[in-house]
Design a protein around this ligand. Structure first.
Ligand code: C2E
Ligand code: MG
Ligand code: MG
Ligand code: MG
Length: 287
């Protein structure tokens, strides 16, 4: 009987494995199709000025509107995109879409958007060769967006693979007046020398540190020290993953300039973002 069960068990597992493989093959086929058939969308998440609750910027976040699976977050398909060699194409598309969207908003005089920039996440493949310069120049040319309105979010881990090459690319981008921001700060191979060797203007403190607020003095001290450190270097500070009023207050009191997280808003479609944040003068908490 035990043998029989064992056999059933292994059938069960091989069935599951088979299904997982099939599911993945379908997703791969679907992703190639998605790119060509407008199923990929860019959503926008607000960054809020800590001091007055006004809109301070936005981050472009990729979504896949899959016809059967619903809206998929990038964590579920970007690793696959990378394996399939689709990452560069997707990144180019996101950059162009985000720049074109902001330029379109800027052309509408009734919207409150003139002072804002859009932040786009940069994957490590962009940091090879001249990929990123090509992508950025192409997106700016196609959209007509002023480079001061574009911000790039780069993780620390992406910096360290070929630091000299990456530094030279980032210096060229900084010379074009783009803003460069260090994403997920504190989670990667953090090194203070990054801030000396790369032209970084903004630090985004990773959400894991924000989640530590209210969970013990030592976590709070660590976060307070990170904030103080960034302020000493005169970097702009963004807190990511702000979910509660307490977290917002903690970060504001210690001098974070910008706050981003579900407490203010989830990432929204362009249409919804325009309604919620750009029509009229947005103020968090105002009625
Ligand atoms: P990220 O750049 O650090 O983006 C922040 C992530 O945190 C987003 O997840 C956002 O939806 C989520 N988030 C925002 N506020 C909160 C909050 O209050 N609580 C919690 N728990 N989460 C919050 P998302 O959109 O799933 O993106 C995940 C990662 O995928 C991003 O991390 C970024 O590294 C990458 N990514 C997103 N869009 C793109 C893209 O267009 N290109 C590339 N190369 N990477 C992208
Ligand atoms: Mg980011
Ligand atoms: Mg982040
Ligand atoms: Mg992240």
């Amino acid at each position: 009987r035990a043998k029989q069960e064992g056999r059933n068990q292994s059938h069960f597992y091989s069935d599951q494995l088979h299904q997982a493989v099939r599911h993945r093959m379908h997703l791969e086929r679907d992703l190639r199709y998605a790119l060509k058939n407008n199923q990929l969308k860019v959503h926008y998440q607000a960054k809020i000025n800590a001091l007055d609750g006004s809109l301070g910027g936005m981050e472009a976040l990729l979504r896949w509107h899959h016809p059967q699976e619903g809206i998929l977050a990038p964590g579920t398909f970007l690793p696959m995109a990378e394996e399939l060699g689709l990452m560069f194409e997707i990144d180019q598309w996101v950059m162009r879409t985000a720049c074109t969207q902001l330029q379109q908003w800027r052309s509408l005089p009734h919207l409150n958007v003139q002072h804002l920039s859009v932040a786009v996440n940069v994957s490590s493949i962009q940091l090879q060769g001249d990929n990123l310069l090509t992508t950025v120049d192409n997106a700016l040319a196609v959209s007509g967006l002023d480079p001061v309105c574009l911000e790039l979010e780069i993780t620390e881990n992406a910096l360290i693979r070929d630091p000299e090459h990456v530094a030279s690319i980032l210096l060229k981008l900084a010379a074009r007046k783009l803003k460069l921001s260090l994403d997920d700060f504190g989670t990667g191979y953090s090194s203070f020398s990054h801030l000396k060797n790369f032209p970084i203007h903004i630090i985004k403190i990773d959400q894991s540190f924000i989640a530590g607020i209210g969970r013990g003095a030592s976590q709070e001290r660590l976060l307070a020290a990170m904030i103080a450190f960034a302020k000493t270097l005169e970097l702009t500070l963004v807190a990511e993953g702000v979910e509660t009023a307490e977290q917002a207050r903690f970060c504001t009191d210690r001098g974070c300039e910008l706050l981003q997280g579900f407490y203010y808003s989830r990432p929204l479609s362009a249409e919804q973002f325009e309604i919620d944040f750009l029509t009229g003068t947005y103020r968090h908490g105002a009625v």
